[in-house]
Design a protein around this ligand. Structure first.
Ligand code: PRP
Ligand code: MN
Ligand code: MG
Length: 182
């Protein structure tokens, strides 16, 4: 697939970088949950790529469920408001839950989600996220499995969108400000 790269100022994380990092994260997750039940909870829509590629590295007894929450709308700034657009199908009582996220920016989505899922009687609730921005690194959001700490630029690709575009890219790139500035 050939991409028009003029919308991006830089490729931040290549397809190969992502694959290698997911290998490491999956190794750690398989070790930690060996012999235990595990439910991966993907946060739609951004986490679809991470979830698909991480889940492929898990044993077949590991299950997937999905939640859709939104805090961003169509802009590039967080509104701080979290809404449930689609709830889980699974009952979390007594289960080991691993939330799978593409990116933690302000940490608003994740801290809300952690509170929400922990209140459902799970045996444990942890987080795996591919990317984390500086703000979230200082906020108290406990992330057990992290891929990359990245700078504060607006990034797209590998599930991350700008106004619903760019999610299909196999890499993570910095969106050139000319795309969203008038
Ligand atoms: C993005 C991203 C995370 C969240 C992180 O989702 O996928 O879920 O924002 O931001 P925060 O740490 O500041 O809360 P978004 O709300 O844009 O929905 P989407 O996944 O459907 O794109
Ligand atoms: Mn999201
Ligand atoms: Mg988004």
């Amino acid at each position: 697939m050939q991409y028009d790269m003029t919308d991006f100022s830089k490729v931040l994380v290549s397809e190969n970088d992502i694959g290698r990092k997911l290998d490491e994260m999956a190794d750690a997750i398989r070790r930690d949950y060996e012999g235990q039940d595990l439910l991966l909870v993907g946060v739609l829509k951004g986490a679809v790529m991470v979830m698909a590629d991480l889940a492929r590295r898990m044993p077949p007894q590991v299950q997937m469920d999905w939640m859709a929450v939104s805090s961003y709308g169509s802009g590039t700034k967080s509104s701080g408001v979290v809404r449930i657009l689609k709830d889980l199908d699974a009952d979390l009582t007594g289960r080991h839950v691993l939330i799978v996220e593409d990116i933690i920016d302000s940490g608003v989505t994740l801290s809300w989600l952690l509170g929400n899922l922990r209140a459902r009687g799970a045996a444990s609730v942890e987080v795996a996220a591919l990317l984390r921005k500086p703000k979230a690194a200082v906020v108290d959001v406990p992330v057990k499995y992290i891929g990359f700490d990245i700078p504060n630029d607006f990034v797209v690709g590998y599930g991350l969108d700008y106004a619903e575009n760019y999610r299909t890219l196999p890499f993570v790139a910095i969106l050139d400000p000319k795309v969203y500035e008038g």
